[in-house]
Design a protein around this ligand. Structure first.
Ligand code: TXA
Ligand code: MG
Length: 347
């Protein structure tokens, strides 16, 4: 299959072409404010099956359904409780996915066999325009091959999926850079399943208490039952194994500097890079004091290691407040939760 690169900035028919392909049951890579999505008609089981096939994604890992109008929630969720309405009012359109009980209109292949469904109203103008042009809700996981870092440019999507999908819409680089926050409202209390563009503090400001799923803190065995099935798979990983060194920028840089070998890679803050240059394969992901910038750069930096010959990677990691929780979660997942915690003695 020839994958078309559609450029709305140059071609006024690009959005309509994407909409037509989606209506016809094809898979299209689309920009969103978080990461690129691999979209298909959420109500068409054959179209959704093509997403799983193109990504190589396990069938039990549910997809998020994307909408471009609040009223559409009622076609997808069986219930839209006050807590969900309050979240939607505060953070939609935006980088937040709400898990709710599912309507029958959403086939089981979309929800990974669950009776619940994740819904997101993205803020990216092109994402909204494409959903409207398609005229159907769009199921879309991140547009990467399963297990690889998510994609934040149309070029990343082509790297992973060229020849496997009908088209990619180029909307430039994503402005958030990590995926949406996933919160479940299906249990007794709200539960954070994946940290993302909306912080835990922002969720608590609207919902009060929010539980944090343990999959955020530790590695989940492949055989275990988990609330967010996606959390159990090895994710975001470059080919070389990653070790996270958690601590202040200086403490983690000191630790990593003492362990450099011939083919060591270092994922580090901009302001620590000078310590390693010339001695290691260095990829930076933003200033230590700017977690929002780290979020925009982290997946691109992880991807760059695969073009180098490094055989091990040490990674610095921001503190876990604000969007730092999402950044540190992605880096820890890339490391399979192999973390050296330099702050342990301080606790
Ligand atoms: O920002 C995002 O959310 C991007 C863009 C494209 O919107 N999408 C995305 O999708 O990251 P994906 O499939 O890569 O990640 C969705 C996560 C997975 O961990 C999945 O297991 C979880 O959300 N999820 C989806 N539906 C769920 C459900 N009904 N119950 C529990 N977890 C669910
Ligand atoms: Mg993903």
């Amino acid at each position: 299959m020839q994958t078309k690169l559609l450029r709305p900035s140059e071609d006024p028919t690009a959005i309509e072409q994407a909409g037509e392909l989606l209506r016809a049951g094809e898979v299209v890579g689309i920009p969103t404010e978080t990461v690129y999505g691999l979209a298909a008609d959420a109500r068409n089981p054959e179209a959704v099956a093509r997403i799983f096939e193109a990504k190589g994604r396990p069938q039990d890992n549910p997809l998020i359904v994307h909408i471009a109008h609040l009223d559409t929630v009622h076609d997808i969720a069986a219930d839209f409780p006050p807590a969900a309405q309050a979240l939607a009012k505060a953070y939609w359109p935006g980088p937040l996915t709400i898990i709710l009980p599912k309507q029958d209109s959403i086939p089981m292949v979309t929800s990974g066999g669950l009776n619940t469904v994740g819904i997101r109203f993205p803020s990216h103008p092109l994402a909204q325009a494409i959903i409207r042009a398609a005229g159907v809700p769009l199921a879309a996981p991140s547009a990467n091959l399963s297990g690889r870092p998510s994609t934040t440019t149309a070029q990343h999507v082509m790297e992973d999926l060229n020849g496997k999908i009908a088209a990619v819409v180029d909307g430039g680089a994503c402005t958030v850079g990590v995926e949406s926050t996933v919160v479940s409202l299906c249990g007794a209390r709200p539960r954070l399943l994946r940290p993302g563009g909306i912080s835990l503090e922002q969720l608590r400001a609207v919902l009060g208490e929010v539980d944090v799923d343990r999959a955020l803190r530790e590695r989940i065995d492949d055989t275990e039952k988990v609330s967010a099935p996606g959390m159990k798979y090895r994710h975001y990983a470059p080919k070389a194994p990653v070790t996270v060194v958690f601590g202040s920028p200086k403490a983690s840089a000191d630790y990593i500097a003492s362990r450099l070998g011939d083919k060591t890679g270092v994922l580090c803050f901009d302001d620590c890079a000078a310590r390693f240059r010339g001695q290691a394969v260095v990829e930076t992901f933003g200033p230590s004091a700017d977690a929002a910038e780290q979020a925009r750069e982290v997946f691109d930096a992880l991807r760059r290691f695969d073009t180098t010959d490094c055989t091990e990677i040490f990674a610095q990691c921001p503190p876990s407040d604000g969007i730092g929780l999402a950044v540190s979660n992605r880096i820890k997942k890339a490391a399979g939760f192999h973390v050296i915690d330099l702050t342990e003695g301080e606790k």
